[in-house]
Design a protein around this ligand. Structure first.
Ligand code: NBP
Length: 470
């Protein structure tokens, strides 16, 4: 005997609550369960109106509400709580039931859990969900990976709950194992990079132009109207910068402590890129920038030890920054898709990168008009995104502005780690020759690591130091 619910959601913090409401509003029956019963009670009392949401307070009761084969989505804190719930449910599940993890789990955990579920006869999906609490309620970008049979069991539910872009739902089956959580991790890495580049543009406009936050907000508002920069992050930046604190009458952003926090997905993206050997400098520098920002007391102390450089005025700064920000955003996407391309072959995800771009076009933090062009470019171009005919001329046109913005910042002592990393990224790719020959010579000198030559085949080692004569 089974119940009447199409899906069960476990974990009723912001994401679980909003996803449950979203799915129920699409016409599905949703069972809900939370470790702490009071959270379930509050949710039902305060937020559930006409939605077909059925609360349960015991595991057996929760699972009995589900129609077979049972479909359970975990929306709990990533890490041990996910394993704990799987262990709790496993004895009560039947072969062919499906467990999904909609949290920000580390992709290797998802691989392990997929295998464990397989051994027990269940289907498993690691589902990346982006869009925060608003997206979870109104339609997020959903990145599922794992057992394809499992996806077919929830395709209808997930695709209806997802954001709807002009060419379809922002949800598609991505690949086996941890494909979904891997794509979500890279999404977050790109998100860190885009946010940091935006923050650096704000920094330059604030220090060089000495503009107040609301005026900078207006510049971002204008940028958001353009084909290149129209995006969720630029849009909310414009709103944030123009928001006035009702208590003080000052721009609220000016009253916020300059220490950026993080939950770790950007760091994972950076670490995994290093493991894969894929250059992702803009993403890496953005993670580092958040780390460095956390040392507020030290920065305060050290800032008093140095004279402040004078930043030069520049008439066309905002015009240069508009192009610089576009290139830095493009660099972050290039780095992310390069990483996905490598992971796809390394982990046999068989990712369709153009489809990844498509499902990021709505619902998620990365949604941007630029993704239309990226989606097109990735249909044809398996190589580096910026070398696509859709971007190459644009990159050539914007590079002088990125260089100008970085030069101004470096001269004025204004840190631009993400913008300058993007600049070096492009500058490095467009150099046939790089000074790695010297690095190889040094490695051979101190470690006999050998080197290859440009004028002969083979591997060589040199005794670089003349032996001292006795
Ligand atoms: P949280 O990540 O804050 O987790 C809260 C939920 O986890 C509650 O249901 C809590 O139950 C449960 N939980 C905890 Br904490 N420890 C537990 C344990 N040891 N055993 C069982 N349950 C436990 O919730 P969230 O912000 O809604 O996010 C849910 C997932 O979605 C996370 O993985 C998050 O990274 C991911 N995500 C969040 C966002 C966002 O914008 N917040 C966006 C995208 C993805 P309790 O009520 O009994 O304490």
């Amino acid at each position: 005997m089974g119940g009447i619910c199409d899906i069960g959601i476990v974990g009723l913090a912001v994401m679980g609550q909003n996803l449950a409401l979203n799915i129920a509003r699409k016409g599905f029956n949703v069972a809900v369960f939370n470790r702490t019963a009071s959270r379930t009670q509050d949710f039902v009392k305060e937020r559930v109106k006409d939605e077909t949401i059925f609360p349960a307070y015991e595991v057996e009761e929760f699972l009995s509400l589900l129609a077979p084969p049972r479909r359970v989505m975990l929306m709990v804190k990533a890490g041990q709580p996910v394993d704990d719930f799987i262990q709790l449910f496993a004895p009560h599940l039947s072969s062919g039931d499906l467990i999904m993890d909609g949290g920000n789990s580390y992709y290797r955990d998802t691989d392990r859990r997929t295998k464990e579920a397989e051994d027990k006869g269940f289907f498993y999906l690691g589902v990346g969900i982006s869009g925060g609490e608003y997206g979870a309620l109104h339609g997020p970008s959903i990145m599922p990976g794992g057992h394809r049979e499992g996806y077919l069991m929830v395709k209808d539910i997930l695709e209806k709950a997802a954001a709807q872009a002009e060419d379809g739902p922002c949800c598609t089956y991505l690949g086996p194992g941890s494909a979904g959580h891997f794509v979500k991790m890279v999404h977050n890495g790109i998100e860190y990079a885009f946010m940091q580049s935006i923050a650096e543009c704000y920094h330059l406009l604030r220090e060089v132009e000495e503009l107040p936050a609301p005026s900078i907000g207006q510049i971002f508002e204008e940028w958001n109207k353009s084909e290149d920069l129209n995006s969720y992050l630029v849009e909310i930046t414009a709103q944030v910068l123009q928001y006035i604190d009702p208590d003080t009458g000052k721009p609220l952003v000016d009253l916020i402590l300059d220490q950026a926090e993080q939950k770790g997905t950007g760091k994972w993206a950076s670490q995994v890129a290093l493991d894969l050997g894929i250059p992702t400098p803009t993403i890496n520098q953005s993670v580092i920038a958040r780390n460095l920002s956390s040392f507020k007391e030290e920065r305060k102390r050290i800032s008093a030890l140095f004279p402040r450089e004078e930043a030069e005025k520049s008439d066309a700064l905002s015009l240069h920054l508009e192009k610089a920000l576009f290139l830095s955003e493009l660099a972050a996407f290039c780095e992310g898709f390069h990483m996905l391309q490598e992971a796809s072959s390394e982990f046999s995800y068989n990712l369709n990168l153009s489809e990844v771009a498509r499902i990021w076009k709505g619902g998620c933090i990365l949604q941007a008009r630029l993704l239309n062009r990226i989606q097109e470019a990735l249909k044809e171009e398996p190589g580096l995104l910026f070398t696509s005919p859709l971007f190459l001329e644009k990159v050539k046109d914007c590079l002088p502005s990125l260089r100008q913005a970085c030069t101004l910042a470096l001269r004025g002592g204004i840190p631009v780690p993400a913008l300058s990393a993007s600049l070096s990224y492009f500058d490095s790719w467009k150099r046939e020759w790089l000074p790695a020959n010297l690095t190889q010579a040094q490695r051979d000198f101190f470690g006999a690591h050998t080197y290859r030559r440009i004028d002969r085949e083979g591997v060589f080692h040199t005794i670089w130091q003349k032996e001292e004569k006795e």
